[in-house]
Design a protein around this ligand. Structure first.
Ligand SMILES: Cc1cc2nc3c(=O)[nH]c(=O)nc-3n(C[C@H](O)[C@H](O)[C@H](O)COP(=O)(O)OP(=O)(O)OC[C@H]3O[C@@H](n4cnc5c(N)ncnc54)[C@H](O)[C@@H]3O)c2cc1C
Length: 390
């Protein structure tokens, strides 16, 4: 059993940490206030090639594992930033790397790795279907050498900040397939072409949420995409998406863990410095213990995250570990967020302290991209062998 990070992983962490330090609290606070996108930060992370961690070396990426990719995203959140600006590129990379054709990979991956193209958006969730992805209604109908896409998606984040879009649509009606997971297909859409040649085929409206998040309602109106946009086999899109879920959950766990450490470190520093009743508030066990408890929860989730990543990178089954790491990490970061807010008293609600911003940001990890009920359902069904509720 080996628990220590490798020297290369330590190096990577230190380098990402140094890059993140160039984007201090004020930067993220200003973006939050203005509801603006972290353009400069994402550009810097891309230029340094960290976002190409999961792109194989043959396609000019760093060719690293999910373990290393998760270290990058953890450090972003641990620095006080928010990985949401850029995590999609890593979340969806598996779909293209594992299921894309050689020509597609040669065409797109080196350009993404170099930062010439941004793949920051995936368009899956729909209003009526919600968590039941196989019930989506967006269709892609084959028409000669093209597909015609029609439908509506309610949460397509960063579509305005992306050049490429991963789109899930139905190519065979649900009634016509014996297995509802079949008949869905995955496409890589070149948004630059769409914007230039078919601006009316894509309607985009931003949704304002409780945190600074670039997320949009998207309507596809007779959008014509070349048949070469199809990734892998027609009808197998759901499997391809599921295939990426373990990596997504591990990466998400690492982001939440980064938040968790940020909350505990901030709170401990404040609790050492803030003096009330003639002593540091951190001397009171009512302040100290919730922080110690949250720290222990984060450390435990962190171990499971590394185990899941280790299994993933070794090509082993890791569904249970990846799901449990996501569950525990999102709960641990939330416990840390509350302890940190309490430690700061009234100042926790003041934006200059950044606690209220991170508090809003970290809450999302329990809900999206997958909610914790469905994670528990996975453990109940697949690990404990209990009957499925849906
Ligand atoms: C800020 C933000 C950004 C997002 N970005 C993207 C994106 O870029 N691309 C994309 O495709 N999607 C995106 N999403 C969508 C996200 O993945 C969904 O919100 C999430 O999958 C849940 O779907 P829903 O909101 O429709 O909830 P619903 O499916 O309506 O569920 C509502 C509640 O019911 C519970 N529930 C439902 N079914 C069950 C069940 N069988 N057992 C127990 N509980 C159940 C859930 O736990 C949940 O709490 C984003 C969401 C948010 C909030």
């Amino acid at each position: 059993m080996e628990f220590a990070p490798t020297p290369r992983q330590e190096e990577l962490r230190a380098a990402v940490r140094a890059l993140c330090a160039r984007f201090p609290d004020e930067y993220w606070r200003r973006l939050d206030r203005e509801r603006a996108y972290a353009t400069e930060f994402v550009a810097a992370l891309t230029r340094a090639r960290y976002l190409s961690a999961l792109i194989p070396r043959d396609y000019d990426g760093l060719g690293l594992g999910v373990t290393e990719a998760s270290i990058v995203l953890e450090e972003v959140n641990r620095s006080g930033g928010n990985s949401a600006a850029c995590h999609a590129q890593m979340y969806v990379m598996g779909a293209l790397v594992r299921h894309g054709g050689e020509e597609q990979k040669r065409r797109w991956l080196p350009a993404i790795a170099a930062g010439d193209l941004r793949l920051q958006a995936f368009s899956v969730t729909e209003p009526e279907a919600g968590s039941d992805t196989t019930a989506i209604r967006t269709t892609a109908r084959r028409d000669g050498d093209a597909y015609i896409v029609n439908g509506h998606k309610n949460w397509t984040s960063r579509i305005e900040q992306s050049d490429l879009l991963l789109l899930l649509a139905r190519t065979t009606p649900r009634e016509e397939v014996a297995d509802r997971t079949r008949g869905l297909s995955l496409f890589l859409v070149d948004l630059r072409e769409v914007r230039a040649a078919q601006p009316d085929a894509l309607q985009v409206a931003r949704t304002r949420t409780m945190l600074n998040y670039e997320t949009y309602q998207v309507t596809y109106h007779d959008l014509r995409i070349p048949a070469t946009s199809l990734i892998g086999e027609e009808g197998a899109g759901f499997r391809q998406i599921i295939d990426g879920w373990n990596a997504e959950r591990i990466l998400l766990a690492a982001e939440a863990i980064g938040d968790g450490y940020w909350f505990v470190e901030r709170a401990a520093r404040y609790a050492r410095e803030r003096v009330v009743f003639g002593r540091p508030i951190g001397q009171n066990q009512g302040v100290q213990f919730p922080l110690a408890r949250a720290y222990a929860q984060i450390a435990a989730a962190d171990l499971l995250r590394y185990k899941a990543a280790w299994l993933f990178d070794g090509g082993q089954r890791c569904g249970a570990e990846a799901n449990m790491a996501k569950l525990l990490a999102s709960e641990a970061s939330w416990a840390a967020a509350n302890a940190c807010l309490d430690t700061h008293g009234g100042y926790g609600f003041v934006d200059e302290y950044d606690v209220e911003r991170k508090f809003r940001e970290t809450r999302l990890y329990q809900v999206a991209p997958v909610n914790n009920n469905l994670v528990l359902a996975y453990v109940g069904n697949h690990v404990l062998g209990l009957p499925k509720s849906y």
